[in-house]
Write a protein that binds this ligand. Structure first.
Ligand code: 5GP
Ligand code: MN
Length: 334
């Protein structure tokens, strides 16, 4: 958590006359959108109208969240996003550790004179004016709740805040399953339910909204899953032509990589996907136990993330990318 001195300085900045902007990472997920909107709704209870900005668009299954439609999407509204960041006195940076993770917003945020406040659970955060970084917490949404607790403001948590924070904790813990899910996480989730977050509605809004294109893509991917390294590594992949053929929509492939890890005996699962528009391969890594995907993605695939969940990019053909991956992963000691 921030120190008491930092909390007091931050609260001095959080006054209605100051312009507050909240930014989150490229390809926002449930935790990115949930923490940003949750914080926005919290600030509103203090009379502050914050603007949430994302670098690019986010999946449809997150658009049910309160005020998701008011989010400024940088790739569609460059001017609005640029001006808001330029005029900001305070910028909250949520769920990312480096300006390189916020795409087109990176330069603007770096150059801005605003005080930058980081709340994030990724490894190795870069320099910000105020840093609350904790890699043991499963979701940035949980950290936003801890921030509210540090301000002794739990009584201000309303149904909008509760729904948003619940969603991010649920998605970033894979439905309260991943390793860093703790008793504290469950206590906070219990508080959020008491404040009005409805688990059945949130789950159904977020996860029971599969499109037919997603299920067809999933069947294709599962049909050709490959095991290497004595069954310890599962490989899944999709080509751009297949995405087009099945009418790919943003978010359609979210979570595919986890099916690789559900195989008995696997320690790591990797999903390779040709980007729909640009010439690179987007890679998702997931692992069990102490197999460190963050180190692996950083070392070989221009990426990073958490120990058990990371991402990266590679600038070769998908076939060559998978070949390079197989070579590298055989050298790893697990
Ligand atoms: P996903 O596989 O769902 O895209 O990402 C998994 C995790 O890795 C997320 O926490 C995300 O923030 C991080 N991540 C994804 N792609 C990248 C990347 O290109 N660079 C870095 N540093 N982290 C990434
Ligand atoms: Mn997160």
């Amino acid at each position: 958590m921030f120190t008491a001195k930092e909390i007091s300085e931050i609260n001095n900045l959080l006054i209605p006359k100051n312009n507050v902007v909240i930014v989150t990472h490229q390809n926002p997920d449930g935790d990115a959108i949930g923490s940003s909107l949750g914080l926005k709704h919290y600030l509103k209870t203090k009379g502050i109208e914050a603007i949430v900005i994302t670098p690019n668009d986010f999946p449809k299954f997150l658009k049910w969240m309160p005020e998701a439609k008011k989010i400024v999407i940088g790739e569609y509204k460059r001017k609005v996003a640029g001006e808001a960041i330029y005029n900001a006195d305070v910028i909250f940076c949520l769920d990312f550790n480096s300006p390189s993770r916020i795409g087109i917003l990176g330069d603007w945020v770096t150059k801005s004179r605003a005080k930058k406040i980081l709340i994030d659970h990724h490894q190795m955060p870069e320099q910000f004016d105020y840093v609350y970084s904790d890699t043991t917490v499963p979701a940035t949404c949980q950290m936003v709740y801890h921030f509210i607790q540090a301000n002794q403001d739990e009584k201000l948590v309303n149904v909008d805040i509760a729904q948003c924070l619940y969603t991010g904790i649920m998605t970033d813990t894979g439905g309260f399953r991943f390793r860093s899910t703790s008793a504290t996480t469950h206590r906070i989730v219990a508080d959020l339910i008491e404040k009005g977050a409805d688990p059945a509605i949130i789950t159904s809004n977020t996860w029971d909204t599969n499109t037919i294109s997603r299920l067809h893509l999933l069947s294709l991917v599962l049909g050709r899953i490959e095991l290497v390294k004595d069954g310890k590594v599962a490989i899944l992949w999709l080509k751009r032509s297949e995405l087009k053929e099945f009418g790919f929509d943003k978010g359609d492939t979210e979570g595919f990589v986890n099916y690789g890890l559900s195989l008995a005996g696997t320690k790591m699962a990797v999903f390779f996907m040709e980007d729909l528009y640009e010439d690179f391969i987007k890679i998702s890594f997931r692992s069990k136990d102490n197999v460190d995907t963050n180190q692996f993605a950083r070392k070989y695939f221009n990426g990073g993330g958490h120990i058990n969940a990371s991402g990266g990019k590679y600038f070769k053909t998908i076939e060559d990318t998978i070949e390079d991956f197989k070579e590298k992963v055989e050298e790893e000691d697990f």
